[in-house]
Design a protein around this ligand. Structure first.
Ligand code: GAL
Length: 674
């Protein structure tokens, strides 16, 4: 793993560039991302290009031994662009235009802007695409950030109608697919179709799902337009995009098809304070981030581009955008680096080099203070790099050879969580589990329960190769997808993998209709059950399922009633069954609260013959290639020999390569497994 940093040469006097580059190298940094917001300096008036400074910046960085990732500047169209195209702006769902003065002020469906993007990307790629210092490109910046995945503009409407015509061919086909006979919502022409907003009560969920799919496709197309140019004009360079955390507004698997590398922006403390609804987690992980938060995304993005993934932006200290922005505990910056390494990252790059004394992000830390003195993260980055260097890992390509090194260390997992963006959208559109249920949060709870047993997990798409897993888990696969069911049947034929499905699996077809055979639709080919009722519950309600052998399961938020010949593992007091299984296929028809979910996952791991040991909430471990890493998020020190023991190959003879065998909070240990 190499380390990198996000740098904005246009923010600083040119004399600083050499000093900064040398300083980066002293910290052990070898990758630098630039350019992604620099359009106004690259083209200060329509057609007036100024690439000379950019070339000098790349030369300077390259001469210092840094590899450059060039960002296409299309997330920040300059002000003159707006004069040229006043209606390039996206509209929000109230029809209000999303104005100039920050970033991402464009509508994906406004085609003249897509052409402008093609033009600037072509010009840039012609100029620097074969520069030996440029090793990769980042397209745009964080698609969808600041709620920009969907636009409700005239242009979006027009493109949506065309999209519908292509998908449904005839208007009756669409009416039928969406069930528009309900409430007399039938259309006579595609030109009558509106966007699913502004209706008196909720608009048809089929309409909403179609608009979600359309908006996702528009992002993939927008991205592809740039990729095609870069492939031609900048051969041999990797192309990536920086995805976000806790973000499901478009199908990342789709966008990733056109990329070489999936990268993502990791702000563990920001995500915890902004997105985690659990007050206990909020308190105990305030300065460390959730132990499974970064890891979930590492594993999700590793599944997007055949294993190749980076952290493009990593939190170095307090950020500026969460409800409150605490400082990480000393040691966390190093820990996050090692964690990314153990999940297979090729690059971990910090955001940003130097704190900006101006504009929106003044309170966002960097590696350097705004006055260019070192801030506290620099010593941890230096330490991380020295430690990584000590490992002398095998590397496929040399650091300066124009192509990023392929990580020779692979992550092998016995457990797969199949993640479905469309399935997630289906549940988000009409929450089946009540107001507090979030399908994404539930996937993360399942992931967390697995990680609490110390196992490696892959988070993969339904198209991924599934032959080698011992346990496959579906938590948000609500789409009744016969092709996927076929794929599961074929994959399990060889592996005999345990398959576990949670509520909602196969509960709607691709047009948001209940399957004819009732949920879980085609998944009934895997286990003969029928879901005949679904109820959602307030957080105050806990239902207990128990059985004769004394086991009991506390369930919350969402429960289904199942009809089946199969005898359930337990029953609720009102007679509804809980947890059906047959021939290694499990249907878990309610949401267990976290302690019971951990226990349930433990049982599934056991029947799948996967090596596992309960680690509790704070200790985590991950194996990559021949190495295993342990990290401690909790306040109490952990003796690894007693905490991990033989299950994870740790005893008094184990030689710790990095770190030590007693882990205090934020400590790491790396050793080679036998
Ligand atoms: C990211 C974004 C960066 C910066 C950062 C602040 O979402 O890509 O440009 O704004 O957040 O944490």
């Amino acid at each position: 793993m190499r380390t990198g940093v996000c740098y904005y040469p246009e923010h600083w006097p040119e004399e600083r560039w050499t000093i900064d580059a040398a300083h980066m190298r002293r910290l052990g940094i070898t990758v630098v991302r630039i350019g992604e917001f620099a359009w106004s300096r690259l083209e200060d008036a329509d057609g007036t290009l100024h690439f000379d400074w950019l070339v000098r910046a790349i030369d300077t960085l390259h001469q210092a031994g840094l590899s450059v990732v060039m960002g296409t500047p299309t997330a920040t169209p300059p002000r003159w662009m707006l004069d040229k195209y006043p209606d390039m702006l996206a509209l929000d769902e109230n029809g209000k235009s999303r104005g100039f003065g920050s970033r991402r002020h464009y509508c994906f469906s406004f085609t003249p802007y897509v052409d402008e993007c093609r033009r600037i990307v072509s010009a840039l790629a012609k100029c620097i695409g074969t520069h030996p210092g440029v090793i990769a490109w980042q397209t745009d910046n964080e698609y969808g950030c600041h709620s920009t995945s969907m636009s409700y503009s005239e242009h979006a409407l027009h493109a949506f109608r065309q999209w519908c015509e292509k998908r449904y061919t005839t208007i009756n086909g669409l009416n039928h697919a969406w069930g528009n006979v309900f409430w007399s919502m039938e259309y006579d022409h595609f030109r009558q179709i509106g966007l699913p907003v502004g209706s008196v009560t909720e608009s048809n969920p089929a309409h909403q799902l179609a608009f979600w799919r359309f908006s996702s496709d528009q992002i993939a197309l927008f991205n592809k337009a740039q990729v095609e140019i870069l492939r031609k004009l900048s051969p041999g360079r990797d192309i990536l995009h920086n995805f976000m955390g806790n973000f499901v507004e478009f199908d990342h698997h789709d966008v990733s098809k056109d990329l070489n590398i999936a990268s993502w922006d990791n702000y563990p403390l920001g995500f915890l304070t902004r997105d985690n609804a659990d007050p206990v987690d909020q308190a105990r992980f305030l300065r460390t981030g959730h132990p499974d938060g970064s890891a979930f995304h590492h594993d999700l993005y590793r599944g997007c581009c055949n294993g190749r993934w980076w952290v493009m932006e990593q939190q170095p200290g307090p950020v500026n955008w969460a409800p409150y922005n605490p400082s990480p505990l000393p040691g966390m910056v190093r820990l996050w680096g090692w964690e990314a390494f153990a999940h297979g990252a090729e690059v971990m790059s910090y955001f940003r080099w130097r704190q900006a004394p101006f504009a929106q992000e003044q309170t966002h830390t960097g590696l350097l203070l705004s006055n260019a003195e070192d801030d506290v993260a620099t010593s941890e980055v230096r330490q991380l790099n020295e430690e990584l260097h000590r490992l002398r890992l095998p590397r496929a390509a040399d650091e300066t050879s124009g192509n990023t090194a392929t990580n020779m260390l692979k992550v092998h997992s016995s457990v797969a969580i199949v993640f479905s963006y469309a399935g997630n959208a289906i549940q988000d559109i009409q929450l089946p589990g009540g107001q507090t249920y979030s399908p994404l949060a539930f996937c993360q709870r399942v992931y967390s329960a697995c990680r609490q047993w110390g196992v490696n997990v892959d988070v993969v798409s339904s198209k991924a190769q599934l032959d080698d897993y011992k346990l496959i888990i579906l938590c948000n696969n609500s789409e009744d997808d016969p092709e996927f069911v076929e794929h599961l049947i074929n994959s399990r034929q060889h592996s005999r993998a345990t398959l576990a499905m949670f509520p909602g699996t196969g509960s709607r077809n691709s047009e948001y209709e209940l399957p004819e055979s009732l949920p879980p639709g085609a998944f009934q080919n895997l286990i003969p059950i029928k879901v005949v009722r679904s109820e959602s519950l307030p957080d105050t309600e806990q239902l207990i399922a128990s059985n004769a052998s004394g086991s009991s399961w506390h369930c919350i938020q969402w429960r289904e009633r199942v009809h089946s010949q199969i005898e359930p593992h337990a029953r609720f007091s009102d007679g509804w069954g809980f947890h059906y299984s047959q021939d290694g296929v499990h249907y878990i028809n309610a949401i267990p609260e976290q302690t019971d979910l951990v226990a349930l996952i433990g049982k599934l791991l056991k029947v799948s013959k996967i090596n596992a040991l309960e680690l509790g909430p704070f200790l985590r471990t991950q194996q990559i290639g021949p190495y295993r890493l342990a990290i401690n998020f909790g306040p109490e020190p952990v003796e690894l020999a007693s905490a991990l023991g033989s299950t994870f190959d740790f005893d008094e003879n184990t030689i710790v390569i990095v770190g030590s065998d007693t882990l205090h909070q934020t400590d790491i240990a790396l050793w080679a497994v036998r």
